[in-house]
Design a protein around this ligand. Structure first.
Ligand SMILES: [Zn+2]
Length: 130
């Protein structure tokens, strides 16, 4: 369906929800060949919604199915390896530190968690408005 063109809208995939979003950048083929599809995904980032939650002090917990995520360890999973179950929760940074007993860096927007973690969390904490 996508016609190729020498100009393409750059998109990133949101590392939290996995949805592509426009970065607002245009990519141009250096030789003006019709080499690109209408949209080109160049990397990972945060969609406007999850960027907002990140800047408001939330950490996203992204549940992924380890058995379908290759042999990656949950702590060192790269976004492209993760098989997302679609379940996402947001915790305030300071709450995250209390619950998991590990500090989370200020620039860390998200962590991958195993199935069941979010469910347990929701049972023990008051869910956020998200
Ligand atoms: Zn997102």
């Amino acid at each position: 369906m996508d016609d190729t063109s020498y100009v393409s809208m750059e998109q990133h995939l949101c590392a939290v929800c996995g949805v592509p979003y426009d970065t607002g950048n245009l990519l141009l083929d250096r030789r003006l060949r019709a080499s690109m599809a209408r949209h080109t995904t160049t990397g990972w980032g945060l969609c406007p919604e999850h960027q907002r939650l990140h800047s408001e002090g939330y950490v996203a917990l992204v549940e992924c199915d380890l058995r379908r995520s290759g042999d990656a360890a949950v702590g060192r999973m790269r976004p492209e390896q993760a098989y997302r179950t679609g379940r996402i929760a947001h915790l305030r940074r300071e709450v995250f530190g209390q619950v998991f007993d590990v500090p989370v860096a200020a620039d860390q927007a998200m962590v991958f968690v195993e199935p069941g973690v979010i469910e347990r969390l929701q049972a023990m904490t008051v869910p956020s408005e998200d």
